[in-house]
Design a binder for this molecule. Structure first.
Ligand SMILES: [Zn+2]
Length: 283
């Protein structure tokens, strides 16, 4: 098994656990510490309580269908209600708020984070609309064949001229955990393989960590570190930094337990120097 070969006690032992981790993109939050309050909160007045199994009678099924239809409509409508309240709140605070937004964007930050629903970039950092150009994917990866993230970096650096690029991971990342699962995860395999590669690159350090949870958390940090290196490998970053002295790269990790961001203090200049021995694209 992969985890055994890598010196890991398997972090996830079954396909059921793996699927669960993937579907939630994070392990369940066990702490009672609440996350920062969300502006758009969906609190449906009626949630479906029935299970829709085949053993139900036709009447049960009909009622269940009505319940779920009502639930779907309510959760949809709630977002629009929240949106109206939010828009009114902004205008009350600043009558020119939307006039300024419509005028264009000039963000200082490019944020590359995990798709996990519990890490809204703006809310955990106090940034406002217009402050950050945001890209999120499973486990905050920067893959050189991913046209999506590569286009985002190109646009953010060359056209928006962001000053900071943040790669933000988080402890308890289901994507990272799923990658360590010795299981065929179908279409997810090539994506998660990037995280397995991070493990391989740092195998010695990770294998030396006896505590499973500590080893997993270190892998989350090392994954952020490697994704920062991948950003540095891009021509857009190297050329802009050579010409302008920005953007600079940061690696952060969010902690659900206390809501705090940890700065990994990525040594951007050293990484750039090391990388340019092989990946110099500054012409
Ligand atoms: Zn994640």
């Amino acid at each position: 098994m992969l985890s055994t070969r890598l010196g890991l006690s398997p972090l996830l032992h079954s396909s059921k656990q793996a699927s669960s981790a993937l579907s939630r993109l994070a392990v369940p939050r066990t702490t009672s510490t609440p996350l920062p309050r969300r502006r758009l909160t969906i609190v449906p007045s009626a949630t479906p309580r029935r299970s829709f199994c085949s053993s139900h009678t036709a009447d049960d099924k009909d009622r269940s269908k009505k319940d779920i239809t009502m639930y779907l409509q309510e959760t949809h409508d709630k977002v629009f209600e929240n949106n109206k309240s939010w828009a009114a709140e902004q205008v009350a605070k600043d009558p020119d708020f939307f006039k300024k937004l419509a005028a264009g964007q000039n963000p200082e930050y490019l944020w590359i984070g995990c798709s996990d629903s519990r890490i809204p970039a703006e809310q955990i950092t106090g940034l406002q609309p217009g402050d950050a150009f945001v890209h999120r994917n499973i486990a905050n990866l920067v893959c050189n064949t991913d046209l999506n993230v590569m286009s985002v970096i190109e646009y953010a650096v060359k056209h928006l001229q962001v000053k900071h690029i943040v790669v933000c991971g988080h402890y308890g990342c289901g994507g990272v955990k799923a990658a360590m699962t010795p299981k065929d995860l179908g279409l997810m395999n090539p994506w998660l393989r990037n995280i397995r590669d991070v493990y391989r690159l740092h195998e010695k350090e990770l294998d030396a960590i006896a505590d499973e949870e500590a080893r997993y958390e270190r892998l989350v940090e090392l994954n952020v570190y490697e994704q920062c290196r991948n950003v540095v490998k891009t021509a857009a970053l190297q050329q802009s930094y050579a010409e302008n002295g920005f953007p600079i790269i940061h690696g952060w990790v969010f902690n659900f337990r206390d809501g705090m961001l940890k700065d990994l203090n990525v040594d951007f200049k050293t990484i750039l120097k090391d990388i340019q021995k092989i990946y110099n694209l500054t012409n």
